[in-house]
Design a protein around this ligand. Structure first.
Ligand SMILES: [Fe+2]
Ligand SMILES: [Fe+2]
Length: 279
């Protein structure tokens, strides 16, 4: 079974460079890779969850992928929890509902003969919304009912394990409280892979029996002065997982001809960062 994880497409209804790169990715997946399944690990839209035009246009673009598609939301799709949300964009019931109206449920279980895939909304974790409590209840029930002997792959936007020991300006992973609770629930589950996005860089790390995979963005690279993690790969692309006889492996893949854009190449992002810096 071949699964492709794409992430951080940051698409906008105004088109532009992130759409040009995304169209190259779609062509490559449809014509060359032909995966059994594609998972999008969030930040589908360029910047703001309240921009309905961006969401509608992104849906039309992502639907060009011929393989079956599963989606989990990112902070730019539904907002994020906490006091210091990026650009003050917090997760709310309304934002999650607007996302679900276009993309379907924000958490899901997908059963295949070779594996079980689970997707969760990382942006709800520690939000204290009723939706967070509902997702925890769903997780407890779902994990308790998993079949024996089938590998499990979990997908979420923010990394499950800590990204850095040092302080960060904005939340970069799910945080220690949600992490401990999730890992407690996952104890005993045949977890073989955890795929996340958000960081716009690739890394693969062994975590007990599972590989932790940070998927690269397809849209743009983050500024190099933020590189605290030299072991990561700073390149746009996607991840290809192969599930074979209970084993799960993952590889970084590039898209032929895809330009390596940075934030300066994406006007909506560059302007938002400039506006925040000027505050
Ligand atoms: Fe992103
Ligand atoms: Fe993100």
């Amino acid at each position: 079974m071949k699964i492709v994880q794409i992430s951080d497409t940051h698409l906008t209804h105004t088109g532009g460079p992130t759409e040009d790169g995304f169209r190259l990715l779609v062509k490559h997946l449809n014509e060359e890779v032909r995966p059994d399944l594609v998972v999008h690990s969030g930040d589908i839209v360029v910047l703001h969850p309240d921009d309905a035009a961006d969401r509608t246009h992104s849906k039309a673009l992502v639907d060009l992928i011929e393989a079956p598609l599963l989606v989990v939301p990112g902070n730019h799709d539904v907002g994020q929890p906490g006091l210091n949300a990026w650009a003050g964009i917090n997760v709310t019931d309304e934002r999650v509902a607007a996302h679900e109206a276009v993309w379907g449920p924000d958490h899901w279980r997908h059963d295949d003969e070779a594996a079980v895939l689970l997707g969760i909304n990382s942006e709800l974790l520690t939000s204290d919304l009723q939706r967070e409590a509902d997702q925890w209840r769903w997780l407890e029930k779902t994990l308790a009912e998993l079949p024996v002997g089938v590998p499990v792959l979990l997908f979420l936007h923010k990394p499950l394990w800590a990204v850095t020991d040092g302080p960060t300006e904005h939340q970069v992973d799910v945080g220690p409280v949600a992490r401990d609770r999730l890992l407690g629930l996952l104890d005993g589950v045949e977890l073989r892979a955890v795929g996340s996005g958000h960081l716009h860089q690739y890394r693969q790390t062994q975590r007990d029996q599972a590989i932790e995979v940070w998927a690269p963005a397809t849209a743009f690279l983050v500024p190099s002065e933020d590189d605290r993690l030299p072991e990561t790969r700073h390149e746009l692309g996607y991840v290809e997982y192969v599930v074979d006889d209970g084993e799960v492996t993952a590889e970084f893949r590039t898209v032929p001809g895809m330009p390596q854009l940075t934030v300066e190449d994406v006007p909506a992002i560059a302007e938002a960062i400039a506006a925040m810096t000027a505050e």
